[in-house]
Design a binder for this molecule. Sequence first.
Ligand code: FAQ
Length: 331
Amino acid sequence: MYGGGFIFEENTTKKTVVEQHDDPELLALFEAKIDRGEKIEPHDWMPTEYRRQLLRMIEQHAHSEIIGALPEGTWITRSPTLKRKLALIAKVQDEVGHGQLLYAAAETLGKPREQMMNDLLTGKSKYSNVFNYPAKTWADIAVIGFLIDGAAIVNQLANAKGSYGPYARALKRICVEESFHLKQGHEAFVYLATGTPKQREMLQDAMNRWYRPIIHFFGPPDVQSQHTDKLMRWKVKMASNDDMRNQFLDQYIPKIREVGITLPDPNLRKNPETGVWEFSDPDWDEFYRVIKGNGPCNAERLAVRLWAEEAGRWVKDALLKPSEKYVVPLA
Ligand code: FAQ
């Protein structure tokens, strides 16, 4: 039994979600605790909506890490040098490890991992838009490592100060590893930008293709965001989508431009009066199409994930349901 909100009850035949009503006194104590900057832990009381939204967000984040390993994973065998291959293998492995940490944090909210995996495979749960685009050339790996990891760090450093203990602690640990990925991505980006004309051209082409998905990465504009207000009040999100996007543009656009790479948007500029970056409409219809399952690689990503589940089932079975004949009897 968990502190409040809803729980996933499991019996031999089915799992059900049990709704509970929020007690106004408990809600006031809960919000006061958050206002004091204290962490909420798994067995503390929490409102139904807090549990639901937090679970949605952590679960989506966990799925993003394991699906996010796929575009880069396709380049392990095609890395240009042994050194780059070793670094990429380590990075991809780290991303999958982040998925493990995040699934464990999500499980503390009462949803079994098996069910989360099922919701990913059936398309019920979302994952980050950016991983539904192909990594066509080696330069895409530089852009992902530098700019998608960079974008993820902006989001995660902020949310690591959030109110839910298990998620905040997982993010803190993840950020340490992501900062290595960022260094690796930045070095690969600068290497190509300062390389031969062909290397620069390949990087510019990758930048042109990834610009829009990266703008989308931080979520819809605040006026369209469904969850931001409540999640900020409960310190699940520590900044709005537009503020995070602006912070990212502020940090990274100068670094991209300083190595002579351009951005494919003539209207991208920082307004000197407001300090806010302005850009052309990044086609939010495309964003919604992609997150609803109709991006260029959604079907492929889920097919690979399904294959991994099926091909690896014997390992899970061996670990979780060991045959009696292999069980060593206790003395
Ligand atoms: N992709 O109301 P909001 C990484 C959905 S980790 C897909 O503004 P919210 C590491 C949203 O779910 C990357 N869907 O949503 C790595 C909602 O739909 P729903 C992942 C998106 O949650 C690097 C609807 O739009 N990071 O990259 C996206 O308040 C390299 C309305 O939007 C996290 O998950 C999107 N980009 O704010 C790995 C961090 N944006 O569910 C490998 C945690 C929005 O109501 C290689 N998440 N939606 O049907 C968050 O901070 C938030 O969830 C936001 C979105 C900020 C992403």
